[in-house]
Design a protein around this ligand. Structure first.
Ligand code: ZN
Length: 244
């Protein structure tokens, strides 16, 4: 066993926060900083958390940065098309070789997620004041640990089916909305050796990443997508060594 902390990079496009007074009031330091703070609060010494944003050189997603990241979280919306194809390719390759990825909310339509899924990842949506209830449909799953059976988000944008994704390897949460819609809101995928969790809460005009149960889900997901064997796999040089 090792006590090496999980190195987490929280990526946020950081655009709404600069364009909307309402969003800035909820996330004065940017959504990425609130998400990062929640992870630090939940996982303490178990993590080292940094952030990266769209406006940085190579969006903060250089080969070096990704090589030093065990788990990447991704929130994007307005800036999907501004993310360079080179950066998407780099992140994609790191995921295939074992970097964990958590895609949040409108990240479903990012170039990265669509490339990993191979589908449009489109969905039904309505920006209104719906009450969302996130139901555990896999209570034994590590990502559901310590999460209420029915996690209520009092006000949220509606995301509904059909959500054009491949069948998830594991489904952890399904949401229902006051409009009657349902949505697969917590989905696990594996691509290469990389573990991916999609979690839909997080519309920018509601204080969702301040909500303790949501922070808990993200923290659980970090532990689930983290693959400590990634380092070791890369360090195996000689196949003959396997049989010694
Ligand atoms: Zn949204």
């Amino acid at each position: 066993m090792t006590n090496t902390p999980i190195r987490v990079t929280v990526w946020g496009e950081n655009l709404h926060e600069h364009r909307s007074e309402r969003v800035r009031a909820i996330y004065p330091l940017g959504m990425h900083e609130t998400i990062a703070a929640g992870i630090r609060d939940e996982l303490g010494d178990g993590v080292v958390v940094g952030t990266a944003t769209l406006d940085q050189t190579e969006h903060g997603l250089t080969e070096d940065a990704l090589g030093n990241t065990d788990v990447l979280t991704w929130w994007g919306h307005l800036g999907h098309e501004q993310v360079s194809d080179a950066a998407v390719t780099r992140v994609h390759e790191h995921v295939l070789s074992g970097m964990g990825l958590i895609v949040l909310h409108s990240g479903h339509e990012s170039k990265l997620f669509r490339r990993l899924m191979g589908t449009t990842c489109s969905l039904r949506w309505r920006e209104a004041v719906d009450r969302e209830v996130i139901w555990k449909v896999n209570p034994a799953h590590p990502i559901a640990e310590g999460v209420p059976d029915a996690l209520v988000i009092p006000r949220h944008e509606m995301y509904g089916e059909y959500f054009d994704i491949p069948q998830p390897e594991e489904l952890v949460f399904i949401s229902s909305f006051s409009g009657g819609e349902v949505f697969r809101s917590g989905c696990c995928f594996i691509r290469g050796t990389g573990h991916i969790f999609y979690f839909s809460p997080g519309h920018e005009t509601y204080p969702i990443y301040h909500q303790p149960e949501v922070r808990r889900v993200i923290a659980n997901a970090i532990r689930w997508v983290y693959r400590p064997e990634r380092e070791r796999r890369r360090s195996v040089m000689s196949p003959l060594g396997w049989f010694e």
